[in-house]
Design a protein around this ligand. Structure first.
Ligand code: SF4
Length: 271
């Protein structure tokens, strides 16, 4: 069953402008209903609400290299998207504020999330991911093509370690650390969160670091990433999956049934 519907937005309405227009959280198209109550955090300043967090993320310019890259990519565009007005800003997480499951990616794709303004939206990785998400009953549709496509997540939130697309999909450690407080705040603000599904080793490591920022102790030795591997960290269970990058899905390293197995296990763990 789906939670409250998200506010719809046409492609010509920038999510950024929707947020800035009157400061109203109700205009935020990324949340299936906005929680403004959750307000506790340890070790990370300015917890706010998910809507506050959204506002903070979309104006961030902390990493000069990534700011330059995201904006240049948005200006130069890919020929097939020449008619698009690229988002070209940091990409917040989105989904159900009551989610018990959080999928954590690496970063937005240059011509996917950086174009559409929504993570895993408008690229092949998103096509692969959301088809499986839908099969597992965690969304109302199997596609994710634009921020106004009607996609609603059920018991699921989707975010990433880095919110700006990095050259070569490789953020530096400093860029990762700059961005981690956003993920930590998201984890903390999702009051019902039980299970994190990091996609790939970078996201696995980032999720552990974000949880550590919240004052939780990380088991020693540190749990290592493997597809289907699980780790209990504080109140959360992590279950890893290979990232649905084309490199992995085209080679069969990650198949739809493999990802489905992980997500069905996440649903089971969320219980
Ligand atoms: S990657 Fe994160 S910290 Fe760096 S500029 Fe983007 S939003 Fe800010």
């Amino acid at each position: 069953m789906l939670e409250e519907s998200s506010t719809t937005m046409t492609r010509t309405e920038s999510p950024m402008l929707a947020s800035q227009g009157n400061g109203s959280t109700a205009a935020n198209p990324y949340l299936n209903g906005v929680s403004s109550a959750a307000n506790r955090i340890a070790g990370v300043p300015n917890p706010g609400s998910l809507a506050d967090l959204w506002d903070d993320i979309v104006v961030c310019r902390l990493c000069p290299r990534l700011v330059e890259w995201r904006e240049r990519t948005a200006r130069e565009k890919r020929a097939s998207f020449a008619n698009w007005e690229y988002w070209g800003r940091p990409v917040p997480g989105f989904g159900d504020p009551q989610a018990r499951i959080l999928i954590v990616g690496l970063a937005p794709a240059a011509h996917g999330g950086n174009r559409t303004g929504r993570i895993f939206t408008g690229d092949r990785s998103g096509d692969f991911l959301f088809d499986v998400v839908h099969k597992c009953g965690l969304s109302n549709q199997a596609t994710s093509v634009s921020a106004d496509d009607g996609l609603e997540l059920n018991d699921l939130y989707v975010a990433a370690v880095n919110r700006c697309c990095p050259p070569g999909n490789r953020p530096t450690p400093e860029e990762r650390d700059n961005c981690l407080p956003y993920l930590a705040r998201e984890i903390d603000l999702l009051d019902r969160l039980k299970v994190l599904v990091p996609l790939g080793s970078f996201a696995w490591d980032g999720a552990l670091r974000a949880i550590a920022l919240l004052g939780r102790s990380i088991p020693r030795p540190k749990p290592r990433f493997r597809h289907g591997g699980e780790a209990r960290v504080g109140p959360y269970t992590l279950i890893g999956s290979f990232h649905p990058s084309q490199q992995n899905t085209f080679t069969g390293k990650l198949t739809p049934s493999m990802l489905e197995g992980v997500l069905r296990r996440a649903v089971e763990l969320a219980g």
